[in-house]
Design a protein around this ligand. Structure first.
Ligand SMILES: [Zn+2]
Length: 259
């Protein structure tokens, strides 16, 4: 996998990977991160270990989800069993957990508030945009102490609005919620630009958005479900590192001792 690593402040690190290297064979070659598509489980684990390792994490600190194209958000900690079922977003305030999102045309989104120490990984397809899974995730992050203007976002690779042609009903449903999703395809049809929709939702509330990776349908370095119905998933990972404030937190507990 070609892996891009980045950070948000001093406590949040993230990675996005493409498919260009790894342990998987065709039709999942090479860097498939999904365990639900029929790939060799050992290859998937090896690829996930490579991605986790890029953030200094071991495989047993990685938490995945089984998305259902809804707006449910899972709050996870070190006790959470992976994968978390029935959610399209994972949020944690626990350090040293890697939250994994995988996709092949849908939008993988990573969010972090390094000041509050809260991170999230989100999966947003057209149903997720229509259901505002991004907004649902931000609400849960705020419940855990995040402040929207301190949140940074990295939007990963997804199918673009010139490639993603949809039926009229779907177009209407999604653009009613997210006007910036409206697009025209290369052939003049109704298109949806899901990355633009996700970015718009974040920028509305003052969040800085960075974009990584190109159109999945056009670029052979990414998986595309629309291009290749039997295929793998690329993905992103985000983690909160052990707090630089751990010492003060400990001393805070010390103050509360009973003498
Ligand atoms: Zn495209």
């Amino acid at each position: 996998m070609g892996i891009a690593n980045g950070s948000m402040g001093s406590r949040v690190t993230w990675a996005f990977a493409d498919r260009t290297s790894g342990a998987s064979s065709e039709p999942f070659a090479l860097g498939n991160l999904a365990d639900h598509v029929g790939d060799d489980p050992a290859a998937v684990l090896a690829n996930r270990a490579t991605l986790a390792g890029s953030l200094g994490l071991s495989l047993d600190h990685l938490v995945a989800m089984a998305p259902v194209h809804g707006r449910e958000v899972g709050v996870v900690d070190s006790q959470t069993v992976s994968p978390v079922l029935g959610v399209d977003a994972l949020v944690t305030a626990s350090p040293d957990l890697g939250l994994l999102v995988v996709a092949a045309d849908c939008v993988p989104l990573l969010l972090g508030d390094p000041s509050a120490g809260v991170v999230a990984a989100v999966h947003a397809g057209w149903r997720g945009v229509e259901a505002d899974v991004v907004g649902a995730t931000l609400e849960v992050m705020q419940d855990l102490g995040a402040v929207l203007t301190n949140v940074s976002a990295v939007v990963g690779p997804a199918i673009c609005g010139q490639c993603y042609e949809v039926e009229h009903d779907r177009y209407e449903a999604v653009t009613a919620r997210a006007p910036h999703a409206a697009s025209v395809t290369r052939t003049g049809g109704l298109g949806l630009d899901l990355r633009s929709a996700v970015s718009e939702r974040l920028e509305q509330v003052g969040i800085d958005v960075e974009t990584w990776g190109e159109c999945t349908y056009e670029s052979p370095r990414f998986y595309s479900f629309r291009r290749d119905p039997q295929t793998g998933r690329h993905g992103g990972l985000i983690a909160l590192s052990g707090s630089a404030d751990a010492d003060s937190a400990d001393s805070g507990l010390g103050v509360a001792h009973h003498g």
